[in-house]
Design a protein around this ligand. Structure first.
Ligand SMILES: Cc1cc2nc3c(=O)[nH]c(=O)nc-3n(C[C@H](O)[C@H](O)[C@H](O)COP(=O)(O)O)c2cc1C
Length: 196
């Protein structure tokens, strides 16, 4: 079985630090022989959740936007990489909007009492969060980590890692961080690597 890895570039700054990290991770996944797909989330038309609760009936979202293109990959791919920087002490809004739109999976799990993913997929799925923040404080990632935990829980991914760098602000500054490229490639190789 070829492992498929979906990379979600969530920063509005194209070619910025988290997109660079994502590209490194996806190259690591490719070295592990995975098939990779990269989506630039800000280029999609994804609306915020409207809290209409229509998903409580059948676990489907009634909004007709690009999220409908993403849903199948989000539940079927064996690897999901979320690349999202810290804005205002949490995940950038582009990532948060996407995560809020997983409300249909929350409804499936907790209202309709169904699984989100197939049994065989659930066993092999892996996740990775890549992030950068301008402040030189390691705990700057703590609030976002809770949201990331929720993100992977909604996708029924229990096996996930994170690679984060604080004190990285200017566009491309991540390239000057010793070991960052290797760490992202290694983590990407793990997400795309062979399963147990
Ligand atoms: C709107 C906005 C809000 C930000 N808020 C924070 C913040 O609260 N804490 C922090 O450490 N960095 C903050 N930053 C800095 C970014 O996290 C940093 O520049 C990061 O490298 C951006 O990654 P990117 O190049 O992938 O967009 C903010 C940047 C922007 C544009």
């Amino acid at each position: 079985m070829q492992i498929r890895v979906l990379g979600l570039a969530c920063s509005p700054r194209r070619g910025g630090n988290t997109e660079i990290m994502l590209d490194w991770a996806l190259s690591g996944a490719k070295l592990s022989k995975a098939a990779v797909k990269k989506i630039v989330v800000p280029e999609l038309n994804v609306n915020p959740c409207r809290a209409c609760n229509a998903c409580f009936k059948e676990g489907k979202c009634v909004q007709d936007d690009d999220m409908q293109l993403l849903y199948p990959d989000l539940v079927e791919y064996e690897g999901i990489v979320l690349a999202a920087p810290i804005f205002s002490m949490n995940l950038a809004a582009q990532a948060k909007i996407l995560i809020d739109r997983l409300q249909r999976f929350w409804a499936l799990k907790y209202v309709l009492k169904e699984n989100v993913t197939k049994d065989e997929a659930r066993r092999v799925r892996r996740g990775l969060w890549l992030s950068a923040a301008g402040m030189k404080k390691n705990d700057v990632f703590d609030p976002a980590m809770k949201t990331v935990k929720y993100f992977f829980a909604m996708l029924e991914i229990s096996d996930y890692r994170s690679v984060t760098y604080c004190g990285v602000d200017e566009k491309g500054a991540i390239r000057d961080v010793p070991g960052a490229k290797e760490a992202c490639m290694e983590a990407g190789g793990w997400v795309g690597g062979p399963r147990g």
